[in-house]
Design a binder for this molecule. Sequence first.
Ligand code: PLP
Length: 386
Amino acid sequence: MNTIQLDQSYIAPTYKRFPVEIVSGKGSLVRDAAGKEYIDMGSGIAVTSFGVADDEWVAAVEAQIRSVQHMSNLYYTSPCARLAEALCLRTGMSKVFFSNSGAEANECAIKAARKWAAEHKGPACSTIVTLENSFHGRTLTTLAATGQAHYHELYQPLTPGFAHFRAGDLDGLKSLCADGSVAAVLIECIQGEGGVVPLDPSFVSELEAFLKEQEILLMIDEVQTGNGRTGKLYAYMNYGLHPDVVTTAKGLAGGLPIGACLLGEKTKDVFTYGDHGSTFGGNPVSCAAALSVISRLTDSFLSGVESKAALLRSLLEGAPGILSVSGMGLMLGLKTVRPAAEVVKACMENGVLCLTAKDKVRLLPALNIPEDLLRKAAEIIRAACA
Ligand code: PLP
């Protein structure tokens, strides 16, 4: 059997895969088993920050793999400690817990919020509030956090203690908080899976002020928006926010599994020995990869991301068949006249890999995609939308 037949025989069919087997790549170009080349405008859903098989990234991973590939969290390892330092210095957060995915990073944030609130406000203060249309992961608890009912349907009962409100509806949040039961609010600054929907800056700053006044934690899910994607290290920095907890994953290690929950001043001491753990969390190879990624996200590199984003937007905005362009930085959503799935299929046939998010075409190219590839991809996307 070939790969597709084997996959269809033996893999639980939770993914609707395209009939393409990707076998290799370099940077923003990937190749399928038949030798066809594609410009990758999805980067593994915002994971391969510097594209596929980037030389500097490979060197960082290879050096670590040759020294020690895993050690139990009962011992210290340098990449893990240095990555935590780098994340704290770059964000002003105080402590980090490492896991392996975005959902686990959010699980950690939820545990941190529940423990912090129980200790500071009493055991009745345990509700985590998130936004309608949000996405926070697929574990039973992060599904409960996810504000989209269709993800919940098959998996009842979910973890209790979650409530949702509509972005912009601060009064709705205030009524949820009125009985003192809310420990934290968890938001994505740009709802990724929800259709690349950025939050309104004035709503976000009013939200922050209200939470501060009520001593409710502000937690930001930067799983998809983080690590340079929006032109700042983290998307909340575009909004001038000071979160209490930040979660990230995806692009942090540029293509190896990692999750990180960053704890701020209020929550930095919430966990003690035995409160949380993960066999692979803080894995030295993932952390070495992430250190390499983070060290390359300098101010000048990030301003390059902003210029590429401006170029991509200008090539797509107002093009025939493109009704609107949403998002920030290199995280864009296109509302198109043709159904998004048809556009993605046409792009693929013409050598460009794109994604969908709800009814939009979603673009998440590598942060270092060369300008000529960006222009070429935009041309193919425009043709597919027209
Ligand atoms: N949070 C957000 C905002 C996401 O976009 C995702 C995944 O798409 C997750 C959490 C879950 O991350 P993971 O798939 O790594 O568990």
